[in-house]
Design a protein around this ligand. Structure first.
Ligand code: PLP
Length: 461
C-alpha cells in the first residue's frame, strides 16, 4: 500500500523541484484562495491517502514560496541539499524518537558523530556539548539558559530549582544590533529583555568594544554578554578576540549568536572573520540556513557540558539510564523529538569539508557580484560586503516618502516573480536586503535578479 503512495509522492516532490527553475519565486495565490482550496469542514469520513496527497500537492502549490530555489534572497534562507532531503525522508519513514538512546541507538550515535564533525568544522572546543534544536531561536534560548544556570550557581543559587523571583541579579549585556531572538530568549527565560544594557555599534553593526570594558563587573556579579557572528543586515562580525578576552578577565559568560556567520569558519578565505570565536562559552547556529538542510534545524553549543545539563535537568522513574549514557534529550528543551541530526550527517558526508567551503565561498562571491552589479547600475551598496549579505538603496524621487518607495519596490519585485528580496532599515536608511544562502544560486541567477530588481526600481520612479 505504501509503495504506490510514496512513489506518487516522490513524483510530485520531483515535479515541484523541477518547477523551481521557472516558477515565480513569490506565491501567486491569496490567503483567501488557499483557504477556499484547502479548507471546508473537517471531513466526516476519511479520504484515500493518494487523494489527500494529490490535493495537497496541487492546491497548496500556488501558495508555496520558492525559497528553496536559486533566486530567493529574503531573510537568510537556504534551500535543501539533495542528500539532506533524501535523509529527511528516511527520518520520517523510520519515525525514531531521537530524544532517548534506548529508543534509537542509531539516531543517538549519528547525533554524536555529527556533533563532533560540526565542532571540528566550526573550529569550536571539541569537549563542547551540542544540542540539536529547532533553530537559532531555540539555540539562543538554550545557550542563555545554560549561562543563567552557570552564572547563578557560581554565586550559590540553583536557578533551575529555586527560580528567579528571589535570585541574585544577573547582569545582561547585548549589542544595539543583537538579533530579536536574543531578546525573545531573555524574555522567555525570565531574565527580561529590557534588563539588557545595549552597547552601541559602528556603521557596520559591530559592537563598539571600547564601551564594553567600563560596564563589565569588577567583582563576582553574574554577567552574560551576547555578541554576534553575522549581522542579519550587513553580515558583520563582532570583535570576538577582544570581547572574549575582556569577558574572561571579568568572569562574564560570553554567548555568540552565529546563526549563519559561524559557517565562515568552514572557509579559508573568510575564516579571519571569526578570529577569537573559541573564547566564548556558548554558541548558537542554524543548519537550515547556510548548511541547506530542511527545517527545522539549529544547534546549541555549550563549552561546559554540565552548564547545559543543569538547565535541562529531567527525571522520571521510567527514564532508567545505563551508566555513562546521556540521552540526547538532555541537550535540548524537548523530550521526544525528530532525529534532526540525520539530514545534517547526510549533508556533511555528501559535501565533505571542501564542499561546505565551496558552498560558503560561492554564496559570498555571488553576494559581491550582486553588490558590484548594483553599483554599476547606479544603486548604492550601504554595507561592506564581507560575507553573503548586501544592503542596497535606491534614489528616492522628490516628494516621495522613502519607506513608501521601498515598499513599492518590494511589491513590484514580488509581482515580477523573478526573485524575492525584502526591505529593511539600516541606520535610518531604507534598503533592500539581499542574502545569498542557497546552494542552488548561480551567477546567472544573480545577473537575472539584479536586472529584474533594477527594472522594478525604474518603474517606481
Ligand atoms: C536567523 C537568525 C536567528 C534566528 O534563527 P531561526 O532559525 O529563525 O530560529 C538568530 N540570530 C541570527 C543572527 C539570525 O540570522
Amino acid at each position: 500500500m505504501h509503495e504506490s503512495l510514496l512513489q506518487r509522492t516522490q513524483e510530485l516532490a520531483s515535479a515541484y523541484l523541477d518547477s523551481i527553475a521557472t516558477r515565480p519565486v513569490a506565491p501567486i495565490a491569496s490567503n483567501e484562495q488557499l483557504i477556499e482550496a484547502l479548507g471546508g469542514d473537517l471531513p466526516e469520513d476519511g479520504e484515500p491517502h493518494l487523494s489527500v496527497i494529490e490535493r495537497l500537492a496541487t492546491k497548496a502549490d500556488p501558495g508555496i514560496v520558492a525559497s528553496a530555489g536559486g533566486r530567493f534572497f529574503g531573510f537568510v534562507i537556504g534551500g535543501t541539499q539533495p542528500a539532506a532531503l533524501a535523509a529527511d525522508w528516511l527520518v520520517s519513514a523510520w519515525d525514531q524518537n531521537a530524544g532517548f538512546h534506548v529508543l534509537s541507538p542509531a539516531a543517538a550515535v549519528i547525533e554524536q558523530i555529527t556533533a563532533s564533525w560540526i565542532l571540528d568544522l566550526l573550529q569550536l572546543p571539541s569537549e563542547s556539548a551540542v544540542g540539536f534544536v529547532t533553530g537559532c531561536q531555540m539555540a539562543n534560548f538554550m545557550a542563555l539558559a545554560a549561562a543563567r544556570e552557570h552564572m547563578l550557581q557560581r554565586v550559590g543559587w540553583d536557578a533551575a530549582r529555586r527560580g528567579l523571583i528571589e535570585s541574585p541579579k544577573v547582569r545582561l549585556i547585548t549589542s544595539a544590533e543583537s538579533h530579536g531572538t536574543i531578546d525573545r530568549a531573555l524574555a522567555m527565560l525570565g531574565l527580561g529583555a529590557d534588563q539588557a544594557t545595549r552597547i552601541p555599534c559602528d556603521t557596520q553593526g559591530r559592537m563598539r568594544v571600547s564601551e564594553l570594558e567600563s560596564i563589565l563587573p569588577s567583582g563576582n556579579e553574574p554577567t552574560i554578554v551576547c555578541a554576534q557572528a553575522g549581522n542579519v543586515d550587513t553580515g558583520a562580525f563582532d570583535d570576538f578576540a577582544t570581547i572574549g578576552n575582556l569577558c574572561r578577565d571579568h568572569g562574564a559568560w560570553l554567548h555568540i549568536d552565529g546563526a549563519f556567520g559561524l559557517w565562515a569558519a568552514a572557509s579559508t578565505r573568510h575564516r579571519s572573520l571569526i578570529a577569537g570565536v573559541h573564547l566564548a562559552d556558548s554558541w548558537a547556529t542554524d543548519a537550515h540556513k547556510w548548511l541547506n538542510v530542511p527545517y527545522d534545524s539549529g544547534l546549541v553549543i555549550v563549552r561546559e557540558r554540565s552548564s547545559l545539563l543543569a538547565a535541562t535537568n529531567y527525571k522520571g522513574a521510567y527514564l532508567v539510564r545505563e551508566e555513562a549514557v546521556i540521552d540526547p534529550c538532555m541537550y535540548t528543551p524537548e523530550s521526544s523529538r525528530r532525529a534532526r541530526a540525520i539530514p545534517l550527517y547526510a549533508v556533511l558526508r555528501s559535501l565533505g569539508r571542501k564542499g561546505i567551503e565551496g558552498l560558503v565561498d560561492r554564496c559570498c562571491s555571488h553576494a559581491r557580484r550582486a553588490a558590484d552589479r548594483f553599483t554599476e547600475c547606479g544603486a548604492t551598496v550601504l554595507n561592506d560586503v564581507v560575507l553573503n549579505q548586501v544592503l542596497v538603496s535606491f534614489d528616492v524621487p522628490d516628494g516621495v516618502d522613502p519607506g513608501d518607495h521601498m515598499n513599492s519596490i518590494v511589491r513590484r519585485i514580488r509581482q515580477d516573480g523573478t526573485c524575492w528580496a525584502g526591505g529593511t532599515q539600516w541606520q535610518g536608511k531604507h534598503a533592500l536586503r539581499i542574502s545569498v544562502s542557497g546552494w542552488r544560486t548561480t551567477g546567472n541567477d544573480i545577473d537575472r535578479s539584479v536586472d529584474a530588481i533594477m527594472n522594478c526600481v525604474s518603474h517606481c520612479g
